[in-house]
Ligand binder design. Structure first.
Ligand SMILES: Nc1ncnc2c1ncn2[C@@H]1O[C@H](COP(=O)(O)OP(=O)(O)OP(=O)(O)O)[C@@H](O)[C@H]1O
Ligand SMILES: [Mg+2]
Length: 341
């Protein structure tokens, strides 16, 4: 993990099988038109049985390649992957019986089959017969609001329904581990909400291990208890969502200064603040100056207060800012880019 994660909290490991999925020192380089692309430089993490984990990262970070390596669709250069103790590289067939996935941008379902036929087909090739799975398949249709579309050919569905059908087919395989790569892509606000609610219910009732990759932070913040952030082919953060947010909450401050105090001129405040805290933003109203600053660590608050005291700035309020996952994510990736140049 990068230097950034030094002060990050470690994700909790209170699961019965904390290493249900274990990825160790994964590496993958592609050859693209004779140019080497290091998609994964060194990725290690483990996921406990029953955990719902978010995989986040900017475009090209290596999320999909990691998922494909685990699924056995891409051959890694090196590294170890085990699922339920089965070595995915040595025993890919046995390992794949434990996994199902909805892959980003891939056609995950057959367009000339109906929703129901797709579910039966994909569950069937995974060894779940209609007799065994019928009741559960009906439940999935209900949960994913697909009942009305049951007998519609997938090619005649909107992209949102196609996506939900793909999720239903993956879940119908009844595997203990499920990967959802961008599951809410193309869904409208309501469908995205419904899918998230359905995933939460399914996960809490069935205790399946679900790994969700998404650029929509609301999805991850809403459904996942833990987040793994990947950047430049490496894991830069592996932490509980709440722990990560509270860490950032203690670092984001909003300070309101009165312009009517006897302190230093606005220009001087701006000059000094830019010098000490180049990341700070300042806005002015007729009576106040508002400063927003994300501190690099919790102890910088002392430096901030000292700087304001030296300036003899008239402080009206100092408050902590509400932080969501999107803001925390952007800040982590910005700092990681700064470190890596
Ligand atoms: N088959 C391939 N051939 C060559 N390069 C590839 C191949 N697959 C992925 N890459 C490259 O590997 C890197 C990681 O890609 P990957 O798809 O894993 O990223 P990602 O994190 O899923 O990104 P996104 O958020 O855009 O989905 C990128 O630079 C990508 O261009
Ligand atoms: Mg991807």
């Amino acid at each position: 993990m990068s230097v950034l994660s030094k002060d990050m909290p470690c994700a909790s490991r209170d699961f019965l099988e904390p290493n249900f999925l274990a990825v160790k020192h994964l590496r993958k380089t592609f050859l693209d038109k004779k140019r080497k692309v290091e998609a994964i430089k060194d990725i290690s993490f483990s996921v406990g049985k029953g955990e719902m984990v978010g995989l986040l990262g900017p475009n090209g970070a290596g999320k999909t390649t990691t998922i494909k390596c685990i699924l056995g669709l891409v051959k890694p250069d090196s590294g170890d992957i085990t699922v339920s103790g089965i070595d995915c590289r040595r025993n890919p067939r046995e390992a794949s019986k434990n996994m199902a996935a909805v892959l980003e941008g891939a056609r995950n379902v057959y367009w000339r089959l109906t929703v129901w036929e797709n579910i039966i087909f994909f569950a069937g090739i995974h060894g779940v017969s209609v007799v065994k799975g019928k009741e559960y398949f009906e439940y999935l249709l209900e949960e994913l609001k697909l009942k009305d579309k049951r007998d519609t050919e997938v090619r005649n569905l909107s992209s949102g329904y196609k996506q939900k059908t793909a999720v239903a087919c993956a879940l119908a395989k009844m595997t203990p581990l499920v990967f959802l790569d961008e599951p809410t892509l193309g869904l409208d606000v309501e469908s995205s909400y419904e899918l998230r609610e359905a995933l939460k219910r399914l996960q809490s009732e069935e205790k399946r291990t679900i790994i969700v990759s998404s650029h929509d932070m609301r999805v991850i913040q809403d459904v996942c208890s833990r987040v793994i952030i990947v950047s430049g082919g490496k894991v830069v953060v592996d932490a509980g969502v709440e722990e990560l947010l509270s860490l950032f909450r203690t670092r984001s401050y909003r300070i309101v200064l009165s312009r009517n105090g006897n302190g230093t001129s606005l220009e001087e405040i701006r000059r000094k603040m830019t010098q000490v805290f180049p990341q700070a933003g300042m806005t002015e109203t007729r009576d106040t100056v508002e400063i927003k600053v994300d501190l690099k660590n919790a102890f910088e608050i002392y430096e901030l207060v000292d700087t304001l005291r030296d300036l003899r700035a008239a402080i009206e309020t100092i408050s902590q800012e509400e932080v969501d996952l999107e803001r925390a994510f952007l800040e982590i990736v910005r700092r990681e880019n700064e470190i890596c140049g």
